[in-house]
Design a protein around this ligand. Sequence first.
Ligand SMILES: [Zn+2]
Length: 113
Amino acid sequence: MHELSIMLEIVKTVEQSAAENEVSNIETLVLQIGELSSMIPKFIEEVYPAAVTGTILEGTKLEIEMLPAIARCNACGKTFNAVAYKGICPECGGKELKLLSGREFNIKEIVVT
Ligand SMILES: [Zn+2]
C-alpha cells in the first residue's frame, strides 16, 4: 500500500531526528497533509500502528492537520480555495492559477512528553 511505504519513510526520518536530538519520549507525531496531496488521512491513520511497531514511535499518537488548497488567480490576484471553487476564480472566472498550498506532506511536529 502506498500509504504504508510512505509512513515507513516518515518513521525512519523521525527516528533519525530523534536520535540526533537524543529524544526518546515521543508522545505525538503531527503530520500536515495538503488537501490535494495524494495521501489519504484515513489510510495513514489505518497503517500507522503497523508502521510504528517496534520503532521509537510505537504507542504514540498520530495527529493529522489538513492544509487547504489555496490558489492565486493569475489574472486578478485573488486567493481562494481551489477545491471549493473547482479551480475557477470566484472573482473574475479566470482559470490560470498558481497553487500556493495544498500538496504538502510534512512532519509538522514531534511532541515529546
Ligand atoms: Zn481572478
